[in-house]
Ligand binder design. Structure first.
Ligand SMILES: *Cc1c(COP(=O)(O)O)cnc(C)c1O
Length: 400
């Protein structure tokens, strides 16, 4: 740690809420899969701002879209039209099951909008009192009051009770558990196609398809939170495409504008009709500058050749990590799809994250024991080899 890092730490502790446990590193520059700290040390980034900078840091086309957008028009109210916003919505709907988009500024806000829409749709179609939403254990949907109430992790609830009413939690991957939880008050089921914060849990074959059939039969809306799994992360533009199960409502954020804050809620026309002028709104959502950045991001990520490379690099990362598993008994399992990969350890993962950082590689640990690898989608085999080599060195020392 150098003198300036100590200075920034002190200032941070003095002036910023203590809501984050931070590593003692201050980044000052980024390019593609690399970051540099204030002492000039280089890092290989396999976290990408937690699946946010999916085109890598300061991608030239996104930087160009931002700088051109900033010269033209940064903000007007949603009382008016802007071209980037409608172009982005047209592309998102062309590329997905959805007909309509609502733009927000974060994942939590997109989920907040989805919860409101599900309640309003039910109220319009079935009358009052039918507002319960079934969510999954170990899910993560955000930190606002409604989205933390929708989150199936008690550590996120603690101290904030009373929670927003109407959420219940069942085991991920259990259709029968969802079925058993349905009452005459249920209006929707909310699920991440791949659980990110809950430890990288992938859907069992057929789970989402059966869930969709159940929702259809019981007239419930199916909400997919693709805030983390969407935008090419799992090797298809949206994770649901690999499951043969389109939702009624889907939320996006994280990688949508490659690092600028943007979220989106997408829905079919039938469901979207429940929102009318005055139902929902946000000052910044879908502003022209951010929408331009998102449009440029979406155009690159949605290219079939780009997605094919994500699948290929992802398969290589997964098999390289599986090779480590053969050699180190404390590795319990490796699971992944595209470039959303987790390594389950039989021991807490935090110290390995710190050791990686010391050696110039960035990953993180989720759900205590799962090392998470979500590199920029532009990473290739050489970056994978470098990352796995660093891990191998750390694991080797662990076993001596
Ligand atoms: C990150 C995340 C959120 C919350 O997004 P914010 O932009 O931090 O509000 C919601 N759902 C999932 C699945 C996420 O990974």
């Amino acid at each position: 740690m150098n003198a300036t890092t100590e200075d920034i730490q002190q200032k941070c502790n003095k002036h910023i809420f203590g809501t984050y446990a931070r590593f003692p590193v201050a980044f000052v520059r980024g390019e593609a899969c690399r970051l540099w700290d204030d002492a000039g040390k280089e890092y290989l980034d396999f976290l990408s701002g937690i699946a946010v900078c999916s085109l890598g840091h300061c991608h030239p086309e996104i930087t160009l879209a931002i700088s051109e957008g900033a010269r033209k028009l940064i903000h007007v109210s949603n009382l008016f039209y802007t071209y980037p916003q409608v172009e982005l919505a047209a592309e998102l709907t062309r590329l997905s099951f959805a007909d309509k988009v609502f733009f927000s500024n974060s994942g939590a806000e997109a989920n907040e909008a989805a919860i409101k829409l599900a309640r309003k749709h039910s109220s319009d179609n079935f009358g009052p009192g039918r507002f319960h939403i079934i969510s999954m254990k170990d899910s993560f949907h955000g930190r606002t009051m409604a989205t933390l109430s929708a989150t199936g992790q008690s550590k996120v609830h603690h101290g904030f009770e009373p929670l927003v009413e109407g959420f219940s939690f069942v085991d991920f991957n259990s259709v029968s558990a969802v079925q058993a939880a349905i009452t005459d008050k249920t209006c929707a089921v909310m699920v991440e196609p791949v659980q990110g914060e809950g430890g990288l849990n992938f859907p069992a074959p057929g789970f989402l398809r059966e869930l969709k059939a159940l929702c259809k039969e019981r007239k419930l809306l199916l909400i997919f939170d693709e805030v983390q799994s969407g935008m090419g992360r799992t090797g298809s533009l949206f994770a649901y495409e690999q499951e043969d199960a389109a939702p009624d409502i889907m939320t996006l954020a994280k990688a949508l504008a490659n690092g600028l804050p943007m979220g989106a809620m997408l829905a079919t026309d039938e469901v979207a009709r429940a929102f009318t002028p005055g139902s929902h709104a946000t000052t910044f959502g879908g502003g022209p500058l951010i929408a331009s950045a998102a449009l440029a991001t979406l155009r690159i990520i949605s290219e079939p050749a780009f997605l094919a490379k994500v699948r290929e690099t992802g398969a290589y990362l997964k098999s390289s990590l599986q090779e480590l598993k053969e050699r180190y008994s404390f590795i319990k399992g490796v699971r992944g799809r595209g470039l959303m990969v987790g390594m389950e350890l039989g021991t807490p993962g935090a110290k390995f994250v710190s050791k990686c950082l010391e050696r110039g590689a960035i990953i993180n640990c989720t759900h205590e024991t799962v090392l998470r690898f979500v590199p920029p989608l532009v990473a290739g085999r050489s970056e994978v080899d470098e990352m796995v080599g660093i891990l191998d060195g750390i694991f080797k020392e662990e076993t001596i």
